[in-house]
Design a protein around this ligand. Structure first.
Ligand SMILES: [Zn+2]
Length: 388
């Protein structure tokens, strides 16, 4: 599966005027080609369009050769999307206008990277720009990723950034060939609990995060009870801040979780499908909370994404009774739980209460594999994201 990643490079840009002019002219080219396509009444293939507009792009507008190719390709792309939307009856034929805020570069043709320098072709030929190279970028720049068509973008602060597009073919292991599974239970006492087929387990508590959430919820209650306008403003600000902190934390937790999976040679990660709770009566407190909580979904999607980068597939399993089912005899009962421990009232199996969810999710992911095998399909059904 092709994985793509966009990393944003902050550029040291001594001549913003030249870049401004280059982007302006490029956009002029885009709008010219857009007008031509509009008049033609339907999209053309890149090659056919190229023949029609190339001379004007080069001679009248003054674009470089590669820029002209990029313009044609980009405009063709947007009109193709437009046509799909028209087919889906979402919009009608119209002339697309482009704003001078970005332009596309092709790696190896009109942009290159060398250490902490990039070369960009501008209206005045090739120029070198330094960019800030942060440690988190190294993994994408070490040659293991292919660089693709990328964008120079003028951000709202008025400065230029380079949106570098990296891609890599990652083979995820097929679920039917998997032997080691890992269940990940998100958001109970711990932010994530992982348990593998080999019974290796780990709790990811996120350090101060829990306290942080408690502090915020106390603060929020106090503000809500006040109900004044300034309190409401404060509340809004707070939720934005809390959101960012949780996102940071989710990045960290998901990274550690996937790292743990890699160390233990896990092939498939199982997560609870919290979107469709099948048995309403079984809705536990956690599920009710999770149903409204973007934070758990975010954590799950980060785990899914980071796992895929490492070749690990993800399956979503039915979440019903994961905290009340005995992993040994499958007996389901509320009475199986005794505060900190899980003790099956039927067979006496006992385990740390916080581990039971992850253990059951792991077992269900494994069962899922056998189901697939019986049905003869090799790919797990993907979760419908739009139902969120
Ligand atoms: Zn049991």
């Amino acid at each position: 599966m092709l994985t793509t990643k966009t990393i944003i490079l902050k550029m040291d840009c001594p001549d913003p005027d030249l870049l401004d002019r280059t982007v302006q002219t490029y956009t002029e080219g885009m709008n010219y080609v857009s007008a031509v396509v509009y008049k033609l009444g339907k999209p053309r293939g890149s090659a056919a369009l190229q023949k029609i507009v190339y001379p004007a792009l080069r001679e009248q507008i003054g674009l470089k050769s590669q820029m002209s190719c990029n313009v044609v390709r980009q405009v063709t792309g947007t009109y193709r999307t437009l046509q799909e939307q028209i087919k889906a009856k979402k919009t009608e034929w119209q002339q697309i206008a482009y704003a001078p805020t970005s332009m596309t570069f092709s790696f190896g043709r009109d942009f290159s990277l060398d250490g902490d320098e990039m070369g960009l072709t501008t209206l005045e030929g090739r120029r070198k720009y330094r960019f800030f190279r942060y440690p988190h970028m190294e993994q994408y720049l070490d040659g293991s990723w292919k660089l693709g068509a990328s964008k120079l973008v003028k951000h709202q602060d008025g400065t230029y950034y380079f949106h570098l597009c990296c891609e890599r073919e990652v083979e995820t292991r097929e679920v039917t060939k998997a032997s080691t599974f890992m269940g990940v239970d998100v958001g109970q006492n711990f932010l994530a609990v992982a348990s593998t087929t080999d019974k290796k387990c780990r709790f990811f508590c996120g350090g101060k995060a829990k306290d942080l959430r408690n502090i915020y919820s106390t603060m929020r209650k106090r503000l809500q009870s006040k109900g004044t306008r300034s309190a409401k403003r404060m509340l809004k600000h707070l939720s934005g801040r809390e959101r960012r902190l949780m996102t940071d934390l989710n990045h960290r937790i998901s990274k550690e979780t996937v790292e743990f999976a890699v160390q233990n040679k896990v092939d498939v990660i199982g997560l609870e499908d919290l979107t469709g709770i099948r048995d309403r009566t079984a809705t536990s407190k956690k599920q009710r909370y999770a149903h409204h909580s973007w934070a758990f979904f975010e954590l799950q999607s980060f785990i899914e994404y980071k796992a895929r980068e490492r070749g690990i597939s993800t399956v979503y399993v039915d979440p019903a009774y994961t905290s009340q089912t005995c992993p040994r005899c499958n007996h389901i009962s509320k009475n199986n739980r005794h505060r900190k421990s899980f003790v099956c009232e039927c067979c006496g199996y006992s385990i740390h209460a916080d581990l039971i969810g992850a253990r059951n999710i792991e077992a269900r992911a494994r069962t899922h594999r056998y189901t697939l095998e019986v049905q003869g399909c090799s790919q797990p059904p993907r979760r419908e994201l739009s139902t969120r």
